[in-house]
Design a protein around this ligand. Sequence first.
Ligand code: ATP
Length: 365
Amino acid sequence: MAEIVIKGLRKEFGSFTAVQSSTFTVKDGEFFMLLGPSGCGKTTTLRMIAGLELPTSGEIWIDGEEVAQKPASQRDIAFVFQMFALYPHLNVRRNISYPLVSQGMPKALVKEKVAEVAKILGIEGILDRPVGGLSGGDRQRVALGRAIVRRPKAFMMDEPLGALDAEFREHMAEELRALHDRMRATTVYVTHDQLEAMQMGDKIVVMNHGVVEQFGTPQQVYDHPATMFVANFIGSPAMNFLPFQGHMARGASEVTLGDTRIETPQLQETAPGPDLVLGVRPEHVWLDDASTYRGRILATEYLGTSQIVTLSAPNGQIKARIPSARNVRTGDTIGLTFTASTLALFDKASGRALRTSVNAEVHNG
Ligand code: ATP
C-alpha cells in the first residue's frame, strides 16, 4: 500500500482553473476525504491522482514514484464510482473475478482470491447470483469486491454512496469504514457531505473554488477552522459569525460586543481590522440571564436530546444548541455567554482565522 504526496497540483480547462495549487499528503493506510461543495474541484483532483486526467502542473508521488505524467494503467490504483457499472450478463463471481481473469491469472488462484474478497464483504452466499436482481447495497459490495480483488496500491472513491437513500447510506458508510479498518488500504474518498467526511475520515481536505482551504483531522477542522468557509461548511448548524469593528493587539484576550466584554483565546498576532468576526459554535452558546449580552428568542427547534434556539442579538443572529429540557419561549429576551476557550476570531476581508493560543496547529500546517 502507498503514501500519496500531492505538490502544487493544478488543473486548467481552457481559461478556467478547476484546481489552483493543491498540496497535501495521504499517509499509507489512511482514509482520506476530499470534501467541498459541488464544482470545487474534488473529482478533478481524484481523477488526476488516478491518472484519468493529466495535470496542467504539479507533482503526484505514489509510493515514492512521481507519476503525474504516467497513464492510469501504470499507477495500480482502483477507482470506485457512484454508478459503478457492473457487467449485467455476468454473475457476482464473474464480475468480481473479471480484473484477475483479464490479467491472465491462473484459475485456481482467481477462485481463492474471489473467495477471500467475498468473505471480507460478507457476500459468499450470492456469488452465483446474477447481478441484475441484487439490492443496491449488494451491488455496491460487488463493485467494491471488484475494486479490492486485485489489491491495488490505493483506492479512489468518488461519492460511492451518493445514490443510496439516507438510512442505507449510513449503514454502507459504516461497512466501508469497517472494511477499511480490516484492509488498511490507502483510500481517497470524494464527498460533498460534511457528516460523511467527519464520520469516516482519518483526514479531511476541505476545498472551495479549486483551493485547499484546510487539511487536517476531523477534530482539527471542526474545532479550529482555518477559514470562515471551513467554519461555515463543517458543522450543523454552522458556526455563528458575530461581526464587529475593531483593532486587536497581539496578546489581547477579549473583545467588546455592544457594551459587553467577551473573553477569547489569546491573540498571537496583531489584527488591524477594522472588520473582524467572532466565531462561536452553537453548542458553546449558553443562556445565562446574568449576562449583559442579550438576544431575543426568534425560534426553537426540538431535536430530542437537544434543541436549537435562534436568537436575534446585537451582532446578528445566533443559534444555540441547548438541552431540550430547558424551557424557552419565543419572544423572550435572555442573556448569552460563550465558552471562551472555544471561540475563533477571523479577519473578515480575507476570511482567515487569526492565530490564537488554541489554534496553533492550524497555522503550523
Ligand atoms: P461535483 O461534486 O459537482 O462533481 P467537484 O468538486 O467534484 O463537484 P469537479 O468535477 O472537479 O468538481 O469540477 C470542478 C470544476 O471544473 C467544475 O466547474 C467543472 O464544471 C469543471 N470541469 C470539470 N471537468 C471539466 C472538463 N473536462 N472541461 C471543462 N470544465 C471541467
